[in-house]
Design a protein around this ligand. Structure first.
Ligand code: ADP
Ligand code: ASP
Ligand code: MG
Length: 410
């Protein structure tokens, strides 16, 4: 008998018929003698709808109340799922985050899981029930509801799998695995049989939303193997696991894009010790996560500083920095929201030269201008104009030999 944690995303529970399909799938595994813990997302579009409602009411909804609101989507899904299971003659129990409980810090909207208490889930399992847990939500030390950040049901599932010492954590979604790039924008994307935690973490943090970043961090830390697969087929998907030696052979294993960042430039900044600290202090204090930072060489004691921030934080960051620019004697602050970041990821980059050159060449051939570049041991990212995103992704996918037909021809 195995203990299996399964997570079904929004499209997988998008309507009543799909919820029935999920219930049948879960019951099938249960009938084979497995203990089943099922994490569900809100029905497709629900979380967006709830956020829209809040913004219709006010510009900046109170974060505590927004979490109370957003967490309701998952409540609907687990209740309907448990009803579906019961209507098919099996026993199920739905649990909200606070009933488990899943303890988090108090950072509304992006709370981190501190601890999962598994007693209640184990009791339910011992009673022979299928347990349905609401994804994306937890409870802080004041007993208030928190949410884990968009896409956070993946993290709930992996955290439960780690805490329960589950045999496997299966993430069911609307694609049949992790691909070399988003299959919805690149028809030649190829499904990967395996991917390392490290590469998956880079891909997730660079925009591949098939797995949420923190879920991969969690999986890597607690060595939980994740199986990403389709709700709508029986096929094997992609295993996300610890690195194997073979993985190093592939130079570039994936291409990602992120349209959710904006660029800010501060012009003519006095180039002296302490300036960067003064510029970024208010940004960090506002909880804004700065990504790429580029500083030009100093000319006559002045420099330009450019960096990227998440689009939702763009306007408030710009506003704060206009005050800072005035205080430190910089000339002006400019912003640009129409940008995208395209990246290539691969463990093999560690040991191969010329990868960056190949990337720049491929983009140049399509006349795509590179505005910013950043590199790490296993990734290279370029900021480009947003309108070229799809073209850039497909071009890089072909340039690095990732196209499905290219592989078959080998
Ligand atoms: P769920 O609602 O099941 O959590 P998501 O929409 O969060 O599903 O994630 C699945 C989506 O991730 C896919 O529909 C696909 O468009 C996108 N995606 C982006 N990059 C990749 C990739 N490299 N491999 C697979 N899917 C990807
Ligand atoms: N419902 C939440 C979201 O849309 C969490 C999730 O689906 O994973 O972000
Ligand atoms: Mg998701």
């Amino acid at each position: 008998m195995a203990l299996i944690v399964q997570k079904y995303g929004g499209t997988s529970v998008g309507d009543i018929e799909k919820i029935r399909t999920v219930a049948r799938r879960v019951i099938n595994s249960f009938k084979q003698g497995n203990q089943m813990v099922v994490v569900l997302s809100a029905m497709a579009g629900q979380t967006d709808r709830l956020i829209r409602l809040a913004h219709e009411l006010c510009d900046q909804p109170d974060p505590r109340e927004l979490d109370v609101l957003m967490s309701t989507g998952e409540q609907v899904s687990i209740a309907l799922f448990a009803m579906a299971v019961k209507s098919m003659g099996y026993d199920a129990s739905s649990l909200l985050g606070f009933q488990v409980p899943i303890h988090t810090d108090g950072l509304y909207g992006k709370a981190r899981i501190h601890e999962v208490n598994t007693n209640r889930i184990k009791r339910e399992l011992e009673k022979g029930r299928i347990v349905a847990v609401a994804g994306f939500q937890g409870l802080d030390e004041n007993g208030d509801i928190t949410t884990l950040g968009r896409g956070g049901s993946d993290t709930t599932a992996v955290a439960l799998a780690a805490a329960l010492n589950a045999d496997v954590c299966e993430i069911f979604t609307d694609v049949d695995g992790v691909y070399t790039t988003d299959p919805n924008i690149c028809p030649k994307a190829r499904k990967l049989d395996t991917i390392s935690y490290e590469e998956m973490l880079e891909m997730a943090s660079l925009g591949a939303k098939v797995l949420e970043i923190r879920s991969v961090e969690f999986a890597s830390k607690f060595q939980v193997p994740i199986h990403v697969r389709s709700t709508f087929s029986e096929e094997k998907g992609t295993m996300v696991t610890a690195e194997t030696r073979d993985m190093e052979k592939v130079v570039v294993s994936g291409v990602t894009y992120n349209k959710n960042e904006a660029r800010i430039t501060m012009k003519h900044v006095p180039d002296k010790p302490g300036t960067a600290s003064k510029i970024f202090k208010p940004v960090f204090e506002a909880g804004v996560i700065v990504d790429m930072i580029v500083q030009n060489p100093s000319e006559d004691g002045y420099t330009d500083l450019t960096f990227t921030v998440p689009k939702p934080d763009f306007h408030r960051t710009l506003k704060r920095l206009r005050d800072v620019a005035h205080d430190i004697g910089a000339e002006r602050v400019m912003g640009d929201e129409d940008i995208a970041k395209v990246s290539i990821v691969g463990l093999g980059m560690r040991s191969h030269a010329g990868v960056a050159q190949k990337m720049f060449n491929a983009l140049a051939k399509e006349n795509i201008n590179i505005m910013m570049i950043s590199t790490s041991e296993i990734k290279i990212s370029c900021v480009i104009e947003e309108k070229y995103t799809e073209l850039a992704v497909r071009t890089l996918h072909t340039a690095f030999g990732l196209d499905s037909d290219a592989q078959e021809a080998d």
